[in-house]
Design a protein. Sequence first.
Length: 318
Amino acid sequence: MNREVAVWDRTSKRQPGLNWKRGIIHLFPVPALAVYALFVVYPIVAAFSYSLFDWKGLQKGAFVGIDNFVKLFTTEPFNGLFWNAFGHNVYYFILEMIVQNGIAFILAYIIYTKVKGAELFKMAYFVPRLLSVIVVGFLWKLMLNPNSGVVNFALKNIGLAEWARPWLGEPGTALTAIILANSWFGVGFAVLILLAGLQSISQEVIEASRLDGVQGFRLIRSIILPMMTQSIVILTVFTFIHAFEAFELVYAMQGSQGEPYHSTDTLAVFFYRTAFGGSSGDGVAVGLGSALAVVLFLIIATLSALFMAYVRKRDMEY
């Protein structure tokens, strides 16, 4: 009994020191939280605040409530430009899902089957992701040049001269060309996510399926894809967020005016032009741009939350 009391006394004497150390540990996340609050939370709150006021250039004016939101959706040319840009973001997302993520799954599956040189391939696919977006945009703009670009040069030399065109100069091809360039840039990241999903599948399940005669595409469709749903949904969320935030590559390749004829406008480019560079000759419109930023945030946050809720619900069911 005395021995137990002595042990308890020694433990209790150390308790203040342990509490102090625990308190220090709890302070470790504070710098990261401060940075997050400064560069993420504060801009969102500030944008919502700015959207409720009238602005004279960069000077805050009278409180106008939701007038900026009403103007965004009901007044020309803003409502037309908004829905035009929104449609481009939707197209951006769909084409990225088909091209970028489709190719990424094929590459990830090839690496997963452990072909010779798989690790080298994995590194090679990810290398473009290490480049700056501005550098990628500049390189692809050079390659798509109608006079000296390598794309038209290659088409002419393989007998497809009629396919050569000013890719970034035609409204029908400009946005598609930018999305394909972005898919080349982002395919490596998608490969890593899908490869992680493939490697999480139990090999016993794969072997048992093959013993039951499930082979080839049927194995992929019936066994592999259903078992990597979580990775696919996560990649879908990342792709959706990236598509609706599309700005850097569009800006690097086509500038802030959405040329030609607003055919490459996205919501982020439209926001930049409205808030900082003027839209249709109206000058800087901070209130309207802030309203657009709030709408863009609500679109991304709402649909991303729905995607993630689907993942959590599916995990609980299975």
